[in-house]
Design a protein around this ligand. Structure first.
Ligand SMILES: O=C(O)c1ccc[n+]([C@@H]2O[C@H](COP(=O)([O-])O)[C@@H](O)[C@H]2O)c1
Ligand SMILES: Cc1cc2nc[nH]c2cc1C
Length: 355
């Protein structure tokens, strides 16, 4: 049963023609042209030809969601910080002091923060959306990270969030996360999906030492062996190795793709969620924009595995959705070019030949 439709390509040729007919050498705006085509295709899905011809395409009410969750694996000391820091950072998000707050204010993203299950829940008055699945996952070295019920509830919470709180007049959603230990979970998911050994997928996360990096890799090798008979489907992989925030991201990405919204994917952990989403619903990839190539060593490999090209390469390795947030002006530029740039005939530019 597939709930996500591939993009209807009926208007694709017209869109490409309009881009090619702008006053520039063919393809000279590079990836901005690729983005314009993808965004206009997504935003024109249910339009008739007349509406399509007269519409100025725009990003409406862009929403960025940070999903936060704590991880049992963190108790093994695989990060530069303990799990308590997840809750402290969520309070920082709620108080407006983190990197993602600064970037969301700068670019006019609507920011939401979701507590998917963190060790120290913030006070309700801080306005964090509470969709808790527990205090933190089980350490996936010796147990499934979550139960079947938590998995199901997490997917449902993510879906509900998109369908109720975020749906209104918003055509673009960005996904970020926070969770001490979650690069371990994301690396394990990547290994399980791709078959790549942990030495290729496990990186330094928040910036751990050589010794901690080695311990982290060994723990993930151990976990993959422990679960090897179970890791048959994307749902199994998510249940055995995932995090509460990764689970809710998958539910929300599935719902966003189903509603044919553009999906901006942030770094290593958000891309692990995107990989699971694509595994469950391959058509969801049509709606995804990969914001950046993170500094986390496995991220470039994930992007290669997915055969996608990220927009930015700034060495960011913070998470929170910061790479995704930075893309908004580029996405807006792609649409501005599409809407406003003159064609050859409008500008009376003649005699340009293409190879
Ligand atoms: O987005 C990324 O590519 C990324 C790369 C490295 C670290 N992070 C962030 O750092 C935290 C996880 O790192 P760690 O070392 O605790 O596994 C988590 O809060 C992520 O948001 C994020
Ligand atoms: C301070 C801090 C901020 C973060 N933001 C996302 N992950 C993080 C991890 C740490 C440790």
């Amino acid at each position: 049963m597939s709930n996500v439709r591939n993009l209807d390509l009926q208007l694709a040729e017209q869109i490409q023609h309009r881009i090619d007919d702008k006053t520039k050498p063919l393809g000279a705006l590079g990836d901005l042209e690729v983005l314009a085509r993808q965004l206009v295709l997504i935003f024109s899905q249910r339009m008739d030809v007349e509406q399509f011809a007269t519409t100025r395409f725009a990003i409406n009410n862009p929403q960025l969601v940070v999903f936060a969750g704590d991880h049992g694996i963190a108790a093994h000391g695989v990060s530069i910080a303990p799990s308590e820091v997840t809750g402290q950072m969520v309070a920082n998000f709620a108080n407006g002091g983190s990197a993602i707050n600064v970037l969301c204010r700068q670019f006019d993203w609507q920011l939401s923060v979701v507590d998917c299950g963190i060790l120290h829940a913030p006070e309700p008055k801080l306005g964090v959306i509470s969709q808790r699945l527990g205090r933190r996952t089980a350490s996936f070295t010796t147990a499934a990270a979550m139960s079947d019920e938590q998995l199901e509830q997490g997917l449902a919470y993510g879906k509900q969030l998109v369908e109720t709180k975020l749906a209104y007049n918003c055509n673009l959603l960005a996904f970020g996360e926070m969770g001490i230990g979650n690069t371990s979970s994301a690396a394990a998911i990547f290994s399980a999906l791709s078959g790549l050994a942990p030495e290729h997928t496990v990186g330094r996360g928040t910036g751990v030492s050589d010794d901690v990096h080695t311990k982290k890799r060994r723990l993930i090798e151990q976990a993959l062996l422990f679960h090897s008979a179970q890791l048959n489907t994307a749902l199994d992989i998510l249940r055995c190795l995932g995090g509460f925030e990764i689970c809710q991201m998958v539910g929300a990405m599935l719902a966003a793709a189903q509603q044919q919204k553009a999906i901006v994917v942030d770094g290593f952990i958000a891309t692990a969620a995107a990989m699971l989403t694509i595994e469950m619903e391959p058509a969801s990839r049509d709606y995804m924009i990969f914001a950046h190539n993170s500094g986390e060593q496995g991220h470039a490999k994930m992007l290669t595995y997915l055969q996608v090209k990220p927009l930015l390469n700034l060495g960011l390795r913070l998470g929170e959705g910061t790479g995704a947030a930075l893309c908004l002006p580029i996405l807006q530029s792609a649409l501005a070019i599409y809407n406003d740039m003159a064609s050859f005939s409008q500008a009376q530019v003649t005699d340009v030949v293409s190879a």
